[in-house]
Design a protein around this ligand. Structure first.
Ligand SMILES: Cc1ncc(COP(=O)(O)O)c(C=O)c1O
Length: 355
């Protein structure tokens, strides 16, 4: 038996210092999931069909091979295969980027509020993290403040565009200003919600050796369970990052699924069009109830529930509708994932009866 009286083994100081991050990971089954910005309907049915055709016992016994998936994705993204890596979700892409370019005590800049894993992996690496706040009131991107925060010691700048959870974003001229301002730091533009806004920095790869762009299959593609992302940069950078990445971190099922997912562009377009229509209806619903909200470039909308935000989230959960409280970082705010028009209507029916 373990002797519990022994002192525990101390972790690295960076791990001991890290702020804990524990998103809710259970109890979502059977509920209307408007809390994690996933595709609320599911992946393309062709993905499941393809997996049924391709998967067999022998296939599961072999370590994954990626050549066919990389070829299909290179065509789809119009980027040569030596300019991207597959990753175990965007999360691993962030980690690989940091492990490749950021050392203990280096400076990393991210924004606040933003996707929690930037800070998570930067702190895990022992970096010093500076967070620049989105503009108060409008939650607009703080371009001038970000440029002013960059120092000669800055090794990485991590940006979600559009940003989660604010839904606000920047265009290519602002991205270029940032890239030109920090030529010796890695600038990550995380495009997890690209399909809903259409702004991409991929076309800038040729001109900026410090640019890194990530995409995920967890959101519009409806494959969050499989954990698949892509990290793009110039070939010399991807070679270094390959060196810092575990060779089989992407599983074979995810790699297969991606091939079918990118072949069904009609499914993605139809889903995006539905979300954009439903987002307009959500704005109208909030207007009708007099609830302030932030216009969004993504498949989620942040709204102000005031002091009742946590109670409201819990009451909605009791009615089978999940939303994400963000009041711990933007007082009084809840983030609503936009799904289909019917799902948004269901949310408003419940909200209205509780408001
Ligand atoms: C900005 C952003 N990047 C990445 C992710 C997650 O990506 P993945 O599931 O590919 O790790 C999220 C999920 O919420 C996100 O909001």
């Amino acid at each position: 038996m373990a002797d519990e009286s022994q002192p525990f083994l101390a972790p690295r100081p960076a791990v001991a210092r890290m702020a804990p991050y524990s998103p809710p990971t259970g109890g979502r089954h059977g509920k209307l999931r408007l809390d994690f910005n996933e595709n609320t309907v599911g992946s393309s049915p062709h993905v499941i069909e393809f997996l049924r055709e391709q998967l067999n016992e022998a296939g599961l016994s072999v370590y994954p091979e990626y050549a066919e998936t990389k070829a299909a994705l290179a065509t789809y993204f119009d980027v040569s295969p030596d300019r991207f890596l597959l990753s175990n979700g965007t999360d691993e892409a962030i980690q690989v980027l940091i492990n490749t370019y950021v050392d203990d005590q280096d400076e990393v800049i991210s924004l606040h509020p933003s996707y929690a894993m930037y800070r998570f992996y930067a702190e895990l690496a022992g970096a010093r993290v500076t967070e620049v706040s989105y503009r108060e009131g409008t939650l607009a991107f703080p371009l001038e403040e970000l440029l002013a925060a960059i120092t000669p010691a800055t090794r990485a700048v991590l940006i979600s565009n559009p940003n989660n959870p604010t839904g606000t974003g920047i265009g290519l001229p602002e991205i270029e200003r940032i890239l030109a301002h920090v030529p010796s730091a890695a600038v990550l533009i995380d495009e997890a919600y690209f399909e809903f806004c259409g702004v991409t920095a991929l076309g800038l790869l040729d001109r900026y050796p410090n640019l890194f762009v990530s995409r995920t299959f967890s959101k519009v593609y409806g494959m969050a369970a499989l954990r698949l992302g892509c990290l793009f940069s110039q070939a010399a950078n991807t070679a270094w990052m390959h060196k810092a990445q575990s060779p089989y971190s992407v599983n074979a099922v995810a790699a297969l699924a991606a091939r079918a997912a990118v072949a069904d562009t009609a499914y993605i377009q139809t889903y995006v069009a539905g979300v954009l229509a439903a987002r307009e209806e959500a704005y109208a619903g909030f207007d009708r109830l007099g609830i302030p909200y932030y216009r969004s470039r993504a498949n989620f909308v942040l709204f102000r529930a005031g002091e009742r935000s946590i109670a409201l989230r819990d009451a909605l959960r009791g009615r089978g509708v999940l939303v994400r409280d963000r009041s711990y970082e933007i007082p009084g705010c809840i983030r609503l994932t936009i799904g289909t028009r019917e799902q948004v209507a269901r949310f408003f029916a419940e909200l209205e009866s509780l408001w």
